[in-house]
Design a protein. Structure first.
Length: 258
């Protein structure tokens, strides 16, 4: 993999990470058909770039959450939000670690990625039947979104699509569900990267290549967050389901005939 190829992949990662179309699915397909397979550690490097985009975009909210922890201000909304993120991270960790081997194996099986994209389409279509009560995140919605995030470890299942859809089904407002989805991603990405680094010898990593991937994903990921929060609504959300359905069926057909 050269720097140009990594830059292209990082832009794909950044754009599709926050839009409900599955960044991991797009990366898996792009590598399989065009660029050749990369060690998973480089995928995680690009995810770190998009995580940094979240930290920058929501810097005021995250700072408020950190201050509420330092002050142990249990009555503040920011402190409650921290607790909900921790609660939502539990099912993510259980599912992610429990099915890690299977999810990793999917990266080399385009047929399964295609099927997962079709599943994402169905998830997105389901939001047409959700009834928003403009609720803030609460315990039930945090758990539901955490389960969605855990399932989205599978390439082809959109993390933002699964989590935001779960929030909408639990009655959350669009902006509330999207914002909580982004914040919920931070500990998941940080944790997955930490454990993956422990398993990967440092000398086997091309840190220059890693830096290109993280930087490209950071810039494009920041733009993607802005687009989702400002130009996309719950009414247009299912339209991404059409894209995922067509792409998933195309991948399945391509592999069935090939």
């Amino acid at each position: 993999m050269d720097f140009i190829g990594m830059l292209i992949l990082s832009v794909i990662q950044g754009i599709t990470e926050w839009l409900p179309v599955s960044s991991s699915g797009h990366l898996a397909l792009a590598q399989h058909y065009f660029f050749g397979e990369l060690p998973v550690i480089y995928d995680m490097g690009m995810h770190v770039g998009t995580m940094l985009a979240v930290l920058l975009y929501f810097r005021e909210k995250i700072l408020g959450m950190l201050l509420s922890l330092l002050k142990f201000d249990t009555k503040s909304k920011d402190f409650r939000l921290v607790l909900l993120i921790i609660l939502g991270s539990v099912p993510t960790a259980i599912i992610g670690f429990g099915f890690k081997g299977f999810f990793v194996s999917m990266y080399t099986q385009p047929m399964l990625v295609g099927a997962a994209l079709v599943a994402t389409a169905l998830i997105l279509f389901s939001t047409k039947f959700s009834f928003s009560k403009n609720k803030e995140p609460e315990e039930k919605s945090a758990v539901a979104m955490g389960i969605g995030q855990g399932l989205a470890v599978a390439p082809g299942i959109s993390r933002s699509g699964a989590t935001i859809s779960a929030g909408l089904q639990m009655g959350m407002g669009w902006k509330e569900a999207a914002s909580f989805s982004f914040l919920l991603a931070v500990p998941a990405i940080f944790g997955a990267t930490f454990f993956l680094l422990l398993e990967t010898p440092a000398e086997s990593i091309d840190w220059g290549l890693m830096a290109v991937g993280a930087t490209g994903a950071f810039v494009s990921g920041y733009a993607s967050i802005h687009i989702l929060l400002n130009f996309i609504s719950r009414k247009t959300f299912p339209l991404f389901g059409v894209y995922c359905l067509l792409l998933g069926l195309a991948v399945i057909a391509l592999n069935y005939t090939g």
